[in-house]
Design a protein around this ligand. Structure first.
Ligand code: SAH
Length: 427
């Protein structure tokens, strides 16, 4: 199974390589490999992660040769915008979007308030069209390993909050490494997210061992371990981690301090800025539908994600979860999330936008719908089943009952059906 297409190095200037994919060229950063012009390589998120033998590359490219263009054709066809009637106000905003003009906050608010089915369809199609123009049909497919559900925090929304009485688990360092090895050798993942509650049991030494060993597998390592000191993150970068997933959760300071007792929005945002500064690929974002949230907050959340320089937007609906203080909070509607995906695509045309598990949890068809409303990234849960079941950040988490092979097969089939290539052709 292959999640990234190998490319051929056609140019090399210091540590910037130009990589060719069937005639399309991308530049990527090379920090890890000894390479020469003519070598075949894999890149993820704009980082060259691995060099592979010519014979192996040619075999894979043989498979991809026709598929590559066939998928693009399907995607192009599905990304057309149908001509339909809409209010003059919406048409004017869409025209501005097509001219690549920045929308005002009022205009963004009016998009959030859209309700008419036909207008929503037009909104999603326009966002999908921009996604296709900016990114073509590439779709990141990362694997996520949830390695501990211990957490020292008590976030009101979260099902693994400290005070919740649940069965806790911690994967052994070797088991985490072995799960990663299997993800790479058996399933072909090129990027792995390591996620946990904020669990200090995994100190710098343990985290460094995990990163060192997984880095040897030539994959892009995403850390999603919550707030650690700048020093720890620096060390982990030096050890080979290259990406972080750390949401600021909400840009509203009052809401943040109510919902995350004992933690501070300022500190979390400062850390996110520091991580970006250190050179990490940044995935960040927010939860949609927290108590007290207004449309203005949601717009602020999108704009803050952009101003932090997010390479990938990660946001999803609040899933009210039994045994948490927000258990009885109303559920979000699928369209309210799809709207935010589309609006985000207008606000940041270049970004990667993730369809999160929380959205999939709301609706079975959400993966396809999210990808057709402007999103272009997915994650597949590869946590061993006995642990995944206990990583209950919210109720009825999607992707839990199927086995991993089945989920991968279904995801790839879904991507092919809408003309997407599960690959990462760089930034
Ligand atoms: N400890 C890490 C990872 C947290 S879990 C960290 O602090 O970054 C990953 C994300 O799940 C959180 O950032 C939060 O946005 C989301 N999440 C937690 N509970 C949720 C719920 N009930 N509904 C929706 N999203 C939730």
């Amino acid at each position: 199974m292959c999640y990234a297409i190998p490319g051929k190095v056609v140019g090399l200037k210091k540590n910037i390589a130009t990589v060719d994919y069937f005639g399309e060229q991308r530049t990527v950063l090379n920090e890890f490999q000894e390479i020469e012009i003519g070598d075949y390589v894999y890149a993820q998120g704009g980082v060259l992660i691995n060099r592979i033998a010519k014979k192996e590359a040619k075999e894979i490219l043989d498979f991809w040769k026709d598929k590559f263009f066939e998928l693009k054709k399907i995607d192009r066809k599905l990304s057309d915008v149908e001509n339909i009637d809409a209010s003059p106000c919406l048409l004017e905003i869409l025209q501005k979007i097509n001219l690549k003009k920045r929308l005002t906050e009022d205009e963004l608010q009016s998009l959030i308030m859209l309700k008419d089915k036909e207008e929503l369809k037009l909104l999603y199609e326009t966002a999908n069209n921009i996604r296709q123009k900016e990114h073509d049909n590439a779709c990141c497919v990362h694997g996520i390993i949830e390695f501990s559900n211990y957490c020292k925090n008590n976030c009101f929304y979260c099902g693994i909050r400290k005070d919740k009485d649940i069965k806790r688990y911690r994967m052994k360092v070797d088991d985490i490494i072995n799960t990663a090895k299997k993800a790479v050798s058996e399933h072909g993942f090129k990027a792995l997210v390591l996620q946990s509650g904020e669990d200090d049991y995994y100190d710098e030494t343990k985290l460094m061992k995990i990163v060192t060993e997984i880095r040897k597998l030539n994959v892009l390592i995403f850390l999603s371990i919550g707030q650690r000191s700048e020093e720890v993150y620096k060390r982990l970068f030096e050890t080979g981690a290259r990406a972080v997933l750390l949401r600021f959760e909400t840009s509203n300071e009052d809401m943040f301090s109510k919902l995350r007792p004992g933690t501070s929005l300022k500190e979390r945002i400062q850390l996110i800025k520091d991580l970006k500064e250190m050179g990490y690929i940044l995935a960040t974002g927010f939860i949609i539908g927290l108590p007290g949230e207004t449309n203005k907050d949601t717009i602020n959340n999108i704009l803050l994600t952009r101003s932090l320089g997010a390479d990938m937007y990660s946001f999803g609906p609040l899933i009210p979860t039994a045994g948490t203080p927000l258990a009885d909070h109303p559920k979000q509607l699928k369209d309210s999330i799809l709207k935010i995906i589309s609006i985000t695509r207008f606000v940041d045309r270049q970004s990667k936008i993730l369809v999160t598990t929380a959205l999939e949890t709301l609706n079975k068809d959400a993966k396809r719908e999210g990808l057709s409303a402007g999103a272009n990234s997915l994650m597949i849960n590869i946590t061993p089943k006995n642990c995944a079941e206990l990583y209950s950040i919210y109720d009825n988490k999607a992707g839990m009952t199927e086995n991993i092979n089945r989920t991968i097969k279904d995801t790839v089939e879904l991507l092919y059906s809408i003309g997407r290539a599960p690959t990462d052709l760089g930034i």
